[in-house]
Design a protein around this ligand. Structure first.
Ligand code: RNT
Ligand code: ZN
Length: 410
């Protein structure tokens, strides 16, 4: 008997059918962020990374242009099983001639990405880029008191709505447009309301652009602090949740954007009760919003359990968001995305009876069985998934080969 057949028996004895789990997993799309490949630099201007986020390390082989980034994405995607989408930022626009500025971006500046997506039959998600740009003034964009600055970024937001609609139309997959602004203050502000009122007004203006709500899902990502924005962020959790609820858009939670003991896994159920759809940026925060590569760790598994247990695989938009420049960037992509999928599979292999144990207050059984499950032959089910997807288990040797042949020559 194969290891998979053996493992199936063990899971069956726990009341779990691994075939069903594998079947469910293959249809879950993970939106893979493009910015792991080039340390969040993009192609549209020479500004260094700003907005209170940081990619640290100088491992060789950063993608320097669209061709290199596309080749690296292809390499990573060839070693990631399951369904994928590609998540782009506006700063990854590809210009044939002049750069018209972020306020004047058009669908044509993303034609090459659409071609890339169509050829691979994947969907595209999108993000306006409100950072790393000379029009960011005093760490403010959509909440700036300078009307010229605010208007510039409103135009950028509107342009991105149109580009998202174009992505959805062309690829045939809905496009998620995620709005995140880095706006905030290093030190205690004298006025907390003013910037938030301006942010609200700016969002209203951006969303006044008509768009097809069945094709474009606008999401709003909150954040508690950033580097140089330690005391106040305009787009706080309360602001973003309230705005999303009022306007009928989708809230997005990034698990690096909360106080260190606050867990996104605990927040998912509440949001599911009040929203048709919710969105996630899965990342790993080490002591701060450090955006380390996602591991197969407790919180990632707990997030996955909350999605699966609540039958919400079709209600949660799952995206990755991390940037590590200290290790092979392609390996980072693969490891992180595979760990999201592993966590989902782990959750899909949890017995339904656990809920009943809780309801009966049989916490003894719940603890014993949950601990037992941790050493069940999960690896054999995961390996079966990889082989059904035609993806090899060992990606290290392939990555090292690509590093030798391609990356070190950059
Ligand atoms: C920053 C946010 C945001 C960015 C990307 C690049 O803290 O998490 O999602 O990481 O837009
Ligand atoms: Zn994020």
């Amino acid at each position: 008997m194969s290891r998979f057949e053996e493992a199936k028996k063990i899971y069956a004895s726990l009341g779990v059918d691994p075939e069903k789990a594998l079947d469910a997993l293959k249809d879950v799309a993970v939106s893979v962020h493009c910015w792991q490949g080039d340390d969040v630099i993009g192609f549209d201007c020479k500004e260094s990374l700003s907005g209170g986020i940081q990619a640290t390390g100088n491992y060789p082989g950063r993608a320097r242009n669209p061709e290199e980034l596309m080749a690296d994405i292809d390499k990573a995607f060839s070693l990631i099983p399951g369904k994928k989408k590609l998540n782009l930022h506006a700063s990854y626009a590809i210009f044939d001639g002049e750069n018209p500025g972020r306020d004047k971006l058009e669908p044509k500046h993303f034609e090459k990405w659409v071609k890339f997506a169509k050829e691979r039959n994947i969907g595209l998600d999108f993000n306006p880029t409100f950072f790393s740009h000379p029009m960011v003034k005093d760490n403010l964009t959509l909440s700036s008191p300078d009307e010229k600055v605010r208007a510039y970024w409103v135009e950028h937001g509107k342009a991105c709505v149109k580009i998202s609609e174009y992505f959805a139309q062309e690829t045939g997959y809905p496009c998620l447009l995620n709005i995140w602004i880095p706006d905030g203050y290093k030190d205690i502000p004298a006025d907390r309301l003013g910037p938030r009122a301006r942010f609200k007004k700016s969002l209203d203006e951006i969303l006044s652009v008509p768009y097809d709500k069945s094709k474009v899902y606008v999401t709003l990502e909150s954040k508690v602090f950033g580097i140089g924005l330690e005391s106040y962020t305009v787009g706080s959790a309360e602001f973003c949740l309230s705005y999303s609820a009022k306007k009928g858009i989708t809230p997005l939670m990034d698990n690096g954007h909360y106080h260190p003991t606050e867990m996104v896994s605990d927040k998912i159920s509440s949001l599911l009760l009040f929203n048709e759809k919710i969105a996630l940026h899965i990342t790993r925060a080490v002591r701060w919003d450090s955006d380390h590569v996602i591991l197969f760790d407790d919180e990632t598994r707990e997030i996955a359990k909350e999605i699966v247990r609540n039958d919400a695989l079709d209600r949660v938009f799952i995206a990755t968001d991390y940037f590590d420049a200290s290790i092979n960037r392609i390996s980072a992509w693969i490891t992180g995305v595979r760990n999201v999928q592993k966590s989902l599979l782990f959750a899909l292999l949890e017995p339904k009876s656990f809920k009943e144990l809780q309801e009966k207050s049989d916490f003894t059984s719940l603890m014993v069985l949950s601990e037992e499950l941790k050493t069940a032959p999960f690896g054999d089910i995961w390996n079966e998934f990889l082989s059904r997807e035609g993806v090899s288990r060992d990606y290290l040797s392939e990555i090292k080969e690509y590093e030798k042949k391609v990356l070190v020559n950059r």
